[in-house]
Design a protein around this ligand. Structure first.
Ligand code: SAM
Length: 439
């Protein structure tokens, strides 16, 4: 009996090897169902391209690896580009994860990188890949039950220059920036303090996102940006610097903040930095009146209804772009909590953490709908990892030249949502006088 099973396995093994011509090894004493064959074939082919990648790294013949046709769980992820870099004298692979709205770069040592690629390639992951080496190009296509590899002559003949230290890719260089020193991020020579590394990275990340969003703005002689609830102005300074000094795009930036000490501090630093079109105004978002035609309005982490006040100013001031990172959603949370509507979701809302998350989603969801009502296209996305801060959702509204949204539909939808969650009013809707129209 044992012998006949072995014979059967031997026949299966030679059949698979011959049929596929890939020469992979089946483990002795294993029984393979057809589905297991498929998995094993897939793993071997997938391992093969990663083996080839590894070999090309070892022999210094690796040029690049690109992956696409992503079908995994991250609906914003589109492509992945892998290149070799040297960071602090260590050989690493740099991954650029291309999302719908942004690129996220992460560096890994070779072993980590191969492990991650192994996890990300598959029918429910990246289905297409292209490995370029000095010796060959290898194309990978993932099908439901197999992965096909195809070799071609090399399309590239030279190794790319190795990218060095990551800091060179920063939008805001640390050296020679007076404001970064005055804000306590760098020493006088432009070296980022250890304790400020996170802040410095965060500033660059914000600038990266905002610069992408600002790219599609209608051209004007002078871009006017108002940053509502500017705080200590880390972002306000960096944005001004990036647009005026890096992109050479004439931009006036105003920071609005009700804490006088911060306003004085920031104005002082702006003066020392010779940033002539950057100034900070003491006062509330609610009472702020535009001196110029503001085409961009930003409000990052303005608490609770201060975000609504900022969006209100943006909509009524006809801003082309409105970018807010809301924080604290007390107003809607209190409404949901108070009215305790009985529905399919009430079992969730007994728990504080779910109530908080629900309030956050409903508040920002209605904000997006209201922006659409006023002719903006909207995007809501996570812009920094949860590991850094839970306040990591960005709501972006871009004014459309020809709005298509059906306003009546939107008002009806908002009305339904409010009823479902037991919300009497949303602060932004009141500011804009929409409550009466909803009846
Ligand atoms: C959490 S801080 C964020 C600062 C900055 N935007 C950032 O992201 O680094 C919020 C700031 O907004 C200010 N602020 C909150 N509500 C405001 C209002 N209604 N009018 C003016 N400033 C406000 C606060 O004083 C605080 O400095």
């Amino acid at each position: 009996m044992r012998n006949s099973v072995h014979m059967l396995l031997a026949v299966e093994r030679s059949f698979v090897q011959a049929a596929l011509g890939f020469g992979f090894k089946l483990k002795e004493n294993n029984y393979f169902w057809a589905t297991n064959w498929k998995k094993e074939i897939m793993r071997n082919e997938e391992s093969q391209i990663l083996e080839n990648l590894k070999a090309s790294l070892d022999s210094n013949r690796f040029i690049k690896f690109s992956l696409g046709d992503y079908k995994g769980h991250d609906s914003n992820l589109k492509k992945l580009y892998v290149k070799r870099v040297t960071i602090k004298q260590k050989e690493m692979l740099s991954f650029v994860f291309r999302h719908k709205t942004q690129d996220i770069t992460k560096n890994y040592d070779f072993a980590e990188a191969i492990k991650l690629l192994d996890e990300m390639i598959g029918f429910k992951g990246f289905r297409f890949g292209l490995l370029c080496t000095l010796d060959f190009d290898e194309q990978m296509q993932v099908f439901k039950s197999r992965i096909a590899l195809k070799r071609k002559p090399p399309s590239l003949k030279q190794l790319p220059p190795k990218a060095h230290d990551k800091s060179k890719n920063r939008k805001i260089e640390a050296k020679g920036k007076r404001y970064l020193h005055e804000l306590g991020i760098t020493d006088p020579f432009g070296k980022v303090y250890k304790k400020s590394q996170d802040k410095y990275r965060q500033i660059n990340h914000y600038i990266e996102i905002l610069s992408t969003l600002l790219k599609d703005l209608p051209l004007r002689e002078m871009t006017n940006i108002v940053d509502m609830g500017a705080g200590k102005g880390y972002l306000t300074f960096a944005l001004y610097d990036y647009l005026n000094n890096v992109l050479k795009m004439p931009t006036r930036v105003v920071g609005v903040e009700f804490r006088k000490n911060l306003v004085d501090l920031c104005n002082n630093i702006a003066q020392k930095s010779d940033f002539q079109d950057l100034y900070f105004e003491e006062g509330t978002i609610e009472k702020y009146e535009f001196k110029h035609d503001a085409n961009v309005l930003i409000a990052l982490h303005a608490c609770d209804t201060a975000t609504d006040e900022a969006i209100y100013k943006g909509i009524t001031g006809q801003a082309d772009l409105i970018v807010v990172a809301p924080c604290c959603h007390h107003q809607i949370r209190a409404e949901i909590e108070k009215n305790k509507v009985k529905n399919e979701l009430d079992f969730l809302l007994r728990h504080g953490i779910f109530l908080e998350r629900q309030a956050e989603m409903v508040t920002d969801g209605i904000r997006a709908l209201i922006l659409e009502y006023y002719g903006y296209s909207t995007k809501v996305f996570q812009f920094v990892s949860d590991a850094h801060t839970p306040k990591n959702v960005l709501v972006v509204g871009k004014k459309l030249k020809e709005p298509k949204a059906d306003q009546t539909d939107i008002l009806n939808k908002i009305q339904e949502i409010k009823k479902y969650f037991g919300i009497r009013y949303h602060h932004l809707e009141v500011l804009l006088g929409l409550t009466e129209q909803m009846g």
